[in-house]
Design a protein around this ligand. Structure first.
Ligand SMILES: Cc1cc2nc3c(=O)[nH]c(=O)nc-3n(C[C@H](O)[C@H](O)[C@H](O)COP(=O)(O)OP(=O)(O)OC[C@H]3O[C@@H](n4cnc5c(N)ncnc54)[C@H](O)[C@@H]3O)c2cc1C
Length: 476
């Protein structure tokens, strides 16, 4: 028997590790999922709800094929070798995860398997081109996205992998709760795991939902993507991030669908497909950066000679978290996060800039909040996005280019539609006043929307304070 250990690849289709497990195995596969307490320690109600739904769907898919998913709770370094021993497996296969936490866990699992003389294999699956395969001359990872993109774009991509045939999977025993001689185990509920119900309404996180989303997007919206991707009210992005984060869709499937869309593209539409593919490359760029620099989850990627003098201001941090900064587009974004466990990319950049520059609060506070509230949290993208905004990352926003949340609101939400959707206090406020809110006279703010907060910082003063602080950190 071979055990296939699912982690952030909660699907059967386009799963390279699963294919590899089947390829070299003469016996059927026993699929396994482990609820590891170390991973749960870093979880949140949103993430646990997503995880349980995706694992439940994965199990159903195995059951439809006459097999099942073995589910266990416990430390992976004990559970994986334990299940391997119980099913008499000499080989365990999984897909690689590039975060430092996962690497620590995997090292412990490998040590335990090797102690038991069980062979193991980890397979590249989560991205098209694995870390180390697209490198500058000195051979680690690119630090400038545009160079990475050119190589990534021109490199041949693998085709999607077919799902396994039913007869290659271990079948369920006659009493229905055992495969390969081990109990299948139950999937605990959210409350059994000690998590509250998420306050956000979550999208469905299953392979079927992922496929529908991909097909719908590639049937039409992908051709307008370049024009509307920066407009948060338009809803013109794919919303595939949650599926890529949980692995309810394989990246090769996504790539292949975009290539088919490119083949069907009419005049001027090809560029829009390329603009979308470029975003997939950002995801891989950040995965490479994290794989080579696991410490960037807590440390600045590109530290300044002196410490950045981050402020300590709980009140401002709380106002930011709860969408009560008095900057309408920032507040709309932070409220969208709480309501949908997702936020539009342009607004993620804005709220991250606002926290780290206008409020001069440490990016780690923002990362921590996003990690808990985003259903699509992905360590590489999340930390990459935060360090970009904080001007501490790879190919980051220069410290002196501070986003102006007033002009950004005018430019990207010209009709105030996005703001009104998430900030009901401003529903009846004229669009110009929404855009100018932080700079209106106090009397006008009191008259137009007495329940909506005044700005917690002066835009120009906040910008100057940030630039001066970063200059001090640079030793200027
Ligand atoms: C501070 C900050 C934090 C972020 N945290 C995350 C995160 O935890 N998880 C996450 O998947 N993305 C993160 N992003 C990137 C981006 O905002 C989301 O990927 C995007 O908004 C997801 O929506 P979508 O699937 O509709 O994107 P689309 O525009 O449809 O893009 C398609 C896919 O490309 C990838 N992608 C798009 N933009 C980026 C980007 N800037 N960086 C890396 N990959 C990208 C995603 O996988 C996305 O699903 C973050 C960005 C910032 C500025």
């Amino acid at each position: 028997m071979t055990v296939f250990w699912h982690r952030r690849d909660l699907r059967l289709d386009d799963n390279r590790g699963l294919e590899r497990a089947l390829e070299r195995s003469e016996d059927p596969i026993v699929p396994l999922f482990v609820l590891d307490p170390t991973v749960l320690e870093h979880a949140s109600p949103v993430r646990v709800a997503c995880l349980l739904e995706a694992v439940g769907a994965l199990r159903e898919r195995y059951r439809d094929l006459g097999s099942d998913l073995v589910i266990r709770r416990g430390k992976a370094s004990a559970v994986v070798p334990g299940v391997a021993a119980d099913v008499g497996s000499e080989r365990v296969v999984w897909n690689r995860d590039y975060s430092g936490l996962a690497a620590d866990r995997d090292r412990a699992v490998v040590a335990a398997l090797e102690d038991d003389d069980v062979t193991w294999e980890s397979v590249h699956d989560a991205i098209c081109h694995e870390p180390g395969s697209i490198t500058p001359n000195e051979g680690t990872h690119y630090q400038v996205f545009s160079y990475f993109w050119k190589k990534w774009r021109d490199r041949d991509k693998r085709d999607p992998v077919a799902p396994p045939e039913a007869d290659l999977l271990a079948t369920v025993g006659t009493d229905g709760d055992e495969i390969g001689g081990v109990e299948t185990g139950t999937l605990p509920s959210r409350t059994e795991l000690g998590f509250e119900s998420p306050e956000a309404s979550l999208p469905t996180v299953t392979p079927a939902a992922a496929r529908t989303r991909l097909e719908t997007f590639c049937d039409g919206p992908i051709y307008q993507y370049a024009d509307v991707r920066d407009l948060p009210a338009a809803g013109g992005t794919s919303r595939l991030s949650i599926h890529l984060a949980w692995g309810t869709i394989g990246v090769r499937d996504v790539w292949a669908a975009t290539e088919r869309a490119a083949d069907r593209a009419g005049d001027g539409q090809r560029e829009s497909v390329t603009a979308f593919q470029r975003q997939l490359a950002w995801r891989e760029f950040y995965a490479h950066v994290l794989a080579f620099n696991p410490e960037i989850v807590t440390e600045d990627f590109d530290p300044y000679p002196d410490e950045i003098p981050w402020r300590d201001d709980t009140e401002a941090l709380e106002a930011w978290k709860h969408g009560r900064t008095g900057f309408p587009i920032v507040d709309a974004g932070m409220r969208q996060l709480r309501e949908e466990a997702w936020m539009h990319n342009r607004v993620r950049m804005l709220v991250a800039s606002f926290l780290t520059k206008h409020l001069l609060l440490d990016w780690r506070h923002g990362y921590d909040w996003f990690r808990r509230h985003l259903a699509d949290h992905d360590t590489a993208n999340d930390v990459g996005g935060w360090q970009w905004a904080a001007s501490t990352g790879t190919d980051a926003q220069p410290y002196f280019r501070v986003f102006n949340p007033i002009s950004q609101c005018q430019e990207y939400d010209p009709d105030g539609e996005y703001v009104r959707r998430y900030v009901p206090e401003l529903e009846d406020v004229p669009t110009d006043a929404i855009h100018d809110w932080p700079e209106l006279e106090q009397a006008d703010r009191d008259r137009l929307a007495p329940d909506y907060p005044d700005p917690i910082v002066d835009h120009a003063a906040g910008r100057t304070r940030a630039i001066e602080a970063f200059e001090r950190a640079r030793g200027e």
